[in-house]
Design a protein around this ligand. Sequence first.
Ligand code: MRU
Length: 364
Amino acid sequence: MNVGDRHYRTIWLSDDGRSVEIIDQRWLPHEFRIEKLGTVAAIATAIRDMWVRGAPLIGVTAAYGVAMQMAVDPSDTALDDVWETLHETRPTAINLRWALDEMRRFLKPLPMEQRTAAAYKRASEIADEDVGLNRAIGENGLEIIKQIAARKQPGETVNILTHCNAGWLATVDYGTATSPIYLAVEAGIPVHVYVDETRPRNQGAQLTAWEMAGHGVPHTLIVDNAGGHLMQRGAIDMVIVGTDRTTADGDVCNKIGTYLKALAAADNDVPFYVALPSPTIDWTVGDGLAEIPIEERSGDEVSLVWGKTSDGKIAQVRVSPEATPAANPAFDVTPARLVTGLITERGVAKASREGLKAMFPERG
Ligand code: MRU
């Protein structure tokens, strides 16, 4: 997507052919900074400390990390070690494990002298594939937006609520939840997006709002607690969120707070859609609540908030007493029964084992 008049992806191979460059998302929306990552250690830090974040982008970044390891040591042991090192950086998003598994499956049968070049090629392919998947999700989600628009008065706005950032910053390009929104804007459908701020790290306020502003999408920032009220008032036509891991039974794990939006949507008959590329489906898990590991992050993310001061400095301030401990579960699980549909690259699936199997028969 464009930043100013220049097109960017969130990650790309550097001119040296060995490092990658990323948009360092910790500084947005206040500063647009690009970082170069050239080692597995740097890749691990960037994922763990959320310089890059969002399930698909984490996976692609890790794939390049495997390639960097192969350039240093292309042995089987090194391949297994880098899988372990990167896998433990963030436990919930399944795209990380998917990308690491895919790299290892692809590289293991190859002779060692071919592994470096093959690894960089495969990592770049995974990045390109992500763009294609997200574009297809956009086209399938656009049909839903069109149907909602068709039920309204001509020219009337379709109001969409989204949570966290499942935008182009969370992927290589387009985003998942935002892809149908961008395509709707391109198609001339009037849309307006309610952006949940998404405490504690404010991915909505800092990243989704920045994306929407950058692409001229009408949007309004709301506190996380406002969504239910707006739904009761009829102000929301649909919810679209992303997901970090969706189970074979259709349970959806996503940023903390997603479940509460799904509950409010169900109570108010607001359709609740989840946009996801197939690498986000964990076919090995059925019951999301019982089986998905939920990342616990530092309580400091709750007690301390980043922002820009009036004198232009980016600074952190404390919002709670020093002595008050904070808990920070980063994700929650929305049961399949609360999900209207799963917008995938192949079409919109019912959130159920049967629905997903019908869409991906080769996994059944
Ligand atoms: O903790 P984050 O910022 O990595 O969490 C991101 C989300 O929860 C997104 O909604 C999810 O990864 C889908 S991104 C297309």
